[in-house]
Design a protein around this ligand. Structure first.
Ligand SMILES: [Zn+2]
Length: 246
């Protein structure tokens, strides 16, 4: 049924802008990999501290919201079987693909040494005719992509990291979700319920009544092309083939 024998990384790192981004998009894949013994690291660049339009909330509420959303993400990650969760505390809604962010992500990649990094598509500005991709999503995906290549594997980029003991690391594959053209489908039939359960932990953001319906519809849509009941689809950059492993 599937497109090829599914790849299983030993260590995977998910990099997203906001709490819940991962769980709306790639959580079925992460849960599947975690069940199979993969160590999954979940990186949140912001803590979603602008994620409320309640008129009762002003600037003072931002740290409260950040704390709440970090707790929700921790709960979701526990459901998925994520090994470690890292918050970088950049401000929500103001993210740019800066060198500082690229360096922070490079440090994490060199520290955790993932085989696979999973992120969004930095080239996706629009989805359909109703959704402008959030600039934080594009910024997160761009910084993650360029942290994977060339920064993590190139010894003399960010030499202060090298001096601090972070040796270069080559990521083998970059999984890009939300790309216009997918080339890889992960069958999530066995983990779609885990994905939905994780998503429901984002109580402050999600209408939990609608989640089941939407997630089933999205996963069906993503799997349709390959005849899969429920899937998450990716464009995958294969940066190092397994036979090149040392
Ligand atoms: Zn988001």
């Amino acid at each position: 049924m599937s497109n090829e024998k599914e790849y299983l990384p030993k260590i995977a790192m998910s990099i997203v802008a906001h709490p819940d981004d991962q769980d709306f998009t790639v959580a079925g894949t992460l849960a599947k990999w975690a069940k199979a013994g993969c160590k999954v690291i979940s990186v949140l660049i912001t803590s979603g501290d602008s994620g409320s339009n309640d008129i009762a909330h002003d600037a003072d509420h931002k740290p409260v919201l950040a704390k709440l959303r970090e707790a929700e993400q921790q709960a979701a990650n526990a459901v998925l079987g994520v090994s470690e969760t890292v918050f970088l505390h950049y401000p929500d809604g103001e993210l740019v693909a800066s060198l500082a962010l690229r360096k922070d992500l490079t440090r994490l990649i060199r520290m955790y040494k993932p085989d696979v990094v999973v992120t969004g598509d930095p080239s996706s500005w629009f989805y359909g005719n109703e959704y402008i991709n959030h600039p934080d999503h594009r910024a997160a995906a761009e910084a993650a992509t360029y942290a994977v290549f060339p920064s993590a594997g190139t010894r003399l980029i960010f030499t202060d990291l090298l001096e601090a003991g972070y040796e270069p690391h080559n990521v083998k594959r970059l999984y890009i979700h939300g790309a216009e053209k997918s080339d890889t489908w992960v069958d999530i039939r066995e983990t779609i319920d885990i994905k939905i359960e994780a998503l429901k932990k984002h109580v402050s953001q999600t209408d939990t009544h609608e989640v089941d319906k939407w997630m089933h519809e999205w996963a069906k849509e993503e799997g349709k092309e390959k005849g899969l009941e429920f899937a998450e689809s990716y464009r995958v950059m294969i940066l190092q083939k397994d036979e090149e492993e040392k």
